[in-house]
Structure formats: structure tokens, C-alpha cells
Write a protein that binds this ligand. Structure first.
Ligand code: FES
Ligand code: MG
Length: 568
């Protein structure tokens, strides 16, 4: 076995001395440097990322497994991104973390990597960075929280939006609101619904990057540690087999992931992250593929926000293996996974134990699923929607635009009693895209004005160049590309313009003549400043549009695993 790490630890003379001696201050015996695979455990543990705060325990379990299989575990930190605290949005830093991960792996004596991922962005950023190095790599997700209980009912992150409306309407008191917080996030783990974190955990399992059941074993379940220990054992074998990321991440794996995402009602953020991962590993994937490959897939999983149950219920019902087995006819069963078996082999013994949680292809939970890509003169490069979380009657709708120029404008005017808006209006929010916000914030499912909520109106068509939390819902058109801040047609929409959304026909049209649009464009100027320094400057100068995955242009592809020069 020709180990990459032997370029450090196998060296003679001064260089070998330097590479080994300082490692020995951690109490590592000499024989650990003699030809054993070195496994990097890339940890996003942080107390500022509460969803990943239990990762030190998982890392210990991985280390046990690595040692059992004859490898050498080395844990290292990378920047962590907590969805709830990071401003202006964790998405702004996804690409930064991917750079941290990529360079940390390449620069160090590592033969294989285990990625510890959880809260939304920690998964795509770690996978993206690892792809640009392309070592044998295995992903472990932190697992979902157990569902919350409050006043006799089950609650999860999707209830945040419901609690917000209820408190605005005076239906729950401030004290009840506060009490619900503690009842919801009551265990370790990431959001208990099919938000973006769970979507990402399912994505890595469907891509073949994790051991089976990675998607749904709860964080608090002892089997999460077992999965971690087995992953530690397995990564050592992967190094021996040189089972690199690019051998697993084939076009077939991506098509599988898109179909599984449709069947589970995964987050719209899946689109932007999978596109970015494909760009790093060099697989051709485009926005239209998400619509094309999810079209014939029904919604099988009855999980919030598209359904009723929680991630732990998915596990008890048979987990992703049972769901994938049910989808056998439309899955590339021969796609290889990290354990060396095909995805078909991995789900062979799986069974659905609760058809209310995982339904069947002939009696699906909902016919509408997946990601719909709409295009038109308002979104020439496309925009996305999640029909399973939308109101069916609004999927085809024409209405007058009520325009907010940016998020501050929205906050300032949304509850103004004078705001000219009714149940047929279409809310339009500009300048929340990749360059504009910056970082493409999760504000696309903007809350409805209080005066409409009081009339019992619960959904309006909402259009923006931003994103939506995977836990969110509504008839929300997101990721409009090109974004307003770079002069996309969205920038030209004015109050009162007629807009037609027809999700069935995949169209999004602004009923304003080309002549009028040309006149408006002639006087348009970008309103969002580009920062003059630091990472944000780099990001704004190089970030690509949403339909390409919002990676930075110079990060596409990879630079491999080799470093030719020594440090001494
Ligand atoms: Fe971390 Fe939802 S906030 S996964
Ligand atoms: Mg999120």
C-alpha cells in the first residue's frame, strides 16, 4: 500500500524527525507511524453550532473504529456554521468553509477522511472541499433531534413559522412562546423535520457517501455512535481499496440523490448544494436535471414540512434503505457506495414497518413531489419551487406584484395597514440573492402581512432571489436567476405589474412589454454595495448565480491530493 502519509511519516533524516517528533507529544508510539493509514476526522464541533455540539462524542466513536481496523485517527477542526446564529446567513460562508476543508486535507498527512456534518451548511461545505482533493472519504451526519412535545402535541422546527403566526395573532402568549422553545430543541442533533440538515444527511446516504441509515438514526440514539464506530473501521478499508470520492460520485449517484430527494420531500436547498458538489467533482449536472429526474417520483415520506411526521419516525419505519428499496424501479441500483456494496445491495433486507410514514409507489402519500424548475422572462435561468409544501390552488396563479426592494424595505412596510395587498397579490422580494444579500439568505418564505393573516389567508405566491429554510413551506418561488443585484429581470419588477406563475407549465412570466422593460433597464443601477475588503469582497466578486450552485467561479473542480514541496 502506497500511503500518502508516508511522504511525511515515512521520511528519513531531519524531515521525518520533524514530521514525527511533534506528533509524539500527543503520546503516539513509534509503530503508529509505520505504514498505517492515517484517517483525518474533520470535525465541525462548535458550541456556536448547537446542532453539532455532540460531535466530540461521535469523533471518539470514529477513533475507536479506526484503531480497531489498524489505522491512525487524527481529529482536526474546521470552521463550523450554525444555521441559527450566523449572520447575515450561514450560506455566505459555505464556500469559505469548503476552502478551509480542502486546504486542511491536502496540506496534511491524511490518507482518508471522515467528515462529521450536521447543521445545514456543514454538509455541503465539507463534501465540496473534500471533492476538490478526492481522497477516500466517508460522511457521518450528526443525526436529527428527537421530536419535541408541547402541550400534548409533537413539535419540530416547522412549528417555528406556525408559532410566529400564532403569536402575531395573539393565539399564544409570550410565556407560551418561551416555553415552546425549550420543548422543541430538547435533545442533541439537528432539526427533527425534513429541513436542510436532514435533507443533506439523506443526500449523502443516497449518493453512497455514508453507511446505510445515516440519514435518520436520531442523534440521541446509541446506534448513531455505532454507525460512527463502524464508519471508522470502514474508512481504513476504503483507503486500502483506494475508494475515492470520484469513484462513488458518478452521474448515476447524482440522479439517485435527486430521485430520493423528491421521494422524501427534501429541501429546495438541496438543489444549490448538489449543483455545487457536482461542480467540484466534475460531473455534469444542471438545474433542469432536478425537475427532469424528480418528475415521475411521488412523495413517499410523510415527514414535515410536506407531511406530518419527524425524522425519528422515518428511522423507526425502516429508514432510507426501506424507502430506496420501494423506489427500486427508478433507482440506479448498481451505484457503488462507501461500504463497497451497491446501493441495491444495501437496501436488500430493508422493510417498511409503518406505511403511514413511508408510503408505497402505488399508494404514495402525495403525487406532487420534488423540485419544480420554472422559467420565463422573470427568471430566464430558472427558479425553483417545492410543490409538496405549496398550496395546490396557487400553483397556477396570476396576481399583482407587491414589491419589496430589499429585506429592510420588507420589514419596514409588511405590517403597514396602508400596504396595498390582498389575497390575490404576489409578494416579490429583491436583492436577497448570492451577491445581493450577500449570501442568499433564507428569507424567501417571507411572513404574510398581519392584516391578511387576520382574514384567515395563510398563503400567497412569494417570489425572490433568496432561499427558504428547508423547514419552511408555502407557495414560494425561490432562487430566481439571475438575481436582482446583478440586474436580472427581477430587478425591474414594479408594484402593480401582473405576474403569472404556472408550476404545471413550468413558467414564470412578468406581463410587461419588452419595450417597457428596456426603458426600466436603461435607468436601473445596482442598489446593493459590493464590500471593499475581506472574504465578503472575494465572495461577491466571484460567486456564481443560484442556477449554477452559487459556488465561487475559481473553486470549480479540484486540485488533487498532491503537494510537491516540503515545509522545511
Ligand atoms: Fe441546525 Fe436546523 S438549525 S439543522
Ligand atoms: Mg436552514
Amino acid at each position: 500500500m502506497n500511503l500518502r502519509s508516508s511522504n511525511w511519516f515515512g521520511r528519513k533524516g531531519k524531515d521525518g524527525f520533524i514530521y514525527r517528533a511533534w506528533m509524539k507529544n500527543q503520546g503516539i508510539p513509534t509503530d503508529m507511524f509505520e505504514g498505517k493509514p492515517v484517517i483525518g476526522i474533520c470535525n465541525t464541533w462548535s458550541e456556536l453550532t448547537p446542532c453539532n455540539a455532540h460531535f466530540r462524542d461521535l469523533a471518539e466513536a470514529v477513533k475507536k473504529g479506526v484503531l480497531e481496523a489498524g489505522g491512525v485517527p487524527v481529529e482536526f477542526p474546521v470552521m463550523s456554521l450554525g444555521e441559527t446564529l450566523v449572520k447575515p446567513t450561514a450560506m455566505l460562508y459555505r464556500n469559505l468553509v469548503s476552502m478551509d476543508v480542502e486546504e486542511s486535507i491536502r496540506a496534511n498527512p491524511i490518507d482518508g477522511v471522515v467528515l462529521l456534518c450536521g447543521c445545514d451548511k456543514t454538509t455541503p461545505s465539507l463534501v465540496m472541499g473534500a471533492c476538490s482533493v478526492n481522497l477516500p472519504t466517508l460522511v457521518i451526519s450528526g443525526g436529527p433531534m428527537l421530536k419535541g412535545h408541547w402541550k400534548g402535541r409533537d413539535i419540530g422546527t416547522s412549528d417555528v413559522w406556525r408559532f410566529d403566526v400564532a403569536s402575531k395573532l395573539g393565539e399564544i402568549t409570550p410565556a407560551e412562546f418561551l416555553e415552546a422553545e425549550a420543548c422543541m430543541a430538547r435533545t442533541q442533533g439537528h432539526c427533527a423535520v425534513m429541513g436542510t440538515a436532514s435533507t443533506m444527511a439523506a443526500m449523502v446516504e443516497a449518493l453512497g457517501l455514508s453507511l446505510p441509515n445515516n440519514a435518520s438514526i436520531p442523534a440521541a440514539d446509541a446506534r448513531r455512535k455505532v454507525l460512527s464506530q463502524l464508519s471508522g473501521r470502514r474508512i481504513v478499508e476504503m483507503v486500502k481499496q483506494d475508494l475515492t470520492l470520484s469513484r462513488i460520485l458518478t452521474r448515476k449517484a447524482f440522479e439517485n440523490a435527486i430521485r430520493v430527494n423528491a421521494a422524501i420531500g427534501g429541501s429546495t436547498n438541496f438543489v444549490i448544494h448538489l449543483l455545487a458538489i457536482a461542480g467540484r467533482i466534475g460531473v455534469d449536472l444542471e438545474l433542469d436535471d432536478f425537475d427532469r429526474f424528480s418528475r415521475e417520483v411521488p412523495l413517499l415520506a410523510n415527514i414535515q414540512p410536506s407531511g406530518q411526521h419527524y425524522m425519528e419516525d422515518l428511522y423507526y419505519a425502516g429508514g432510507l434503505p426501506a424507502l430506496i428499496k420501494e423506489m427500486s424501479a427508478i433507482i440506479h441500483l448498481d451505484a457503488i457506495t462507501v461500504n463497497g456494496k451497491t446501493i441495491g445491495e444495501n437496501c436488500q433486507g430493508a422493510e417498511i414497518y409503518n406505511p403511514d410514514v413511508i408510503s408505497t409507489m402505488d399508494r404514495p402519500f402525495k403525487a406532487e413531489s420534488g423540485i419544480v424548475v420554472v422559467k420565463g422572462n422573470l427568471a430566464p435561468d430558472g427558479a425553483v419551487m417545492k410543490p409538496s409544501a405549496a398550496s395546490p390552488q396557487l400553483l397556477k396563479h396570476s396576481g399583482r406584484a407587491v414589491v419589496f426592494e430589499n429585506i429592510e424595505d420588507y420589514h419596514a412596510r409588511i405590517d403597514d395597514p396602508e400596504l396595498d395587498i390582498d389575497g390575490n397579490s404576489i409578494m416579490v422580494l429583491k436583492n436577497v440573492g448570492p451577491r445581493g444579500y450577500p449570501g442568499m439568505a433564507e428569507v424567501g418564505n417571507m411572513a404574510l402581512p398581519k392584516k391578511l393573516l387576520e382574514q384567515g389567508i395563510t398563503d400567497l405566491v412569494r417570489i425572490s432571489d433568496g432561499r427558504m429554510s428547508g423547514t419552511g413551506f408555502g407557495t414560494v418561488v425561490l432562487h430566481v436567476s439571475p438575481e436582482a443585484a446583478v440586474g436580472g429581470p427581477l430587478a425591474l419588477v414594479r408594484n402593480g405589474d401582473m405576474i403569472t406563475l404556472d408550476a404545471h407549465k413550468r413558467s414564470l412570466e412578468l406581463h410587461v412589454s419588452q419595450e417597457e422593460l428596456d426603458l426600466r433597464r436603461a435607468i436601473w443601477a445596482p442598489s446593493e454595495p459590493v464590500q471593499s475588503r475581506g472574504y465578503v469582497h472575494l465572495y461577491q466578486m466571484h460567486v456564481e448565480q443560484a442556477h449554477l450552485g452559487a459556488d465561487m467561479d475559481f473553486l470549480k473542480g479540484g486540485s488533487g491530493k498532491d503537494v510537491s514541496r516540503d515545509s522545511h
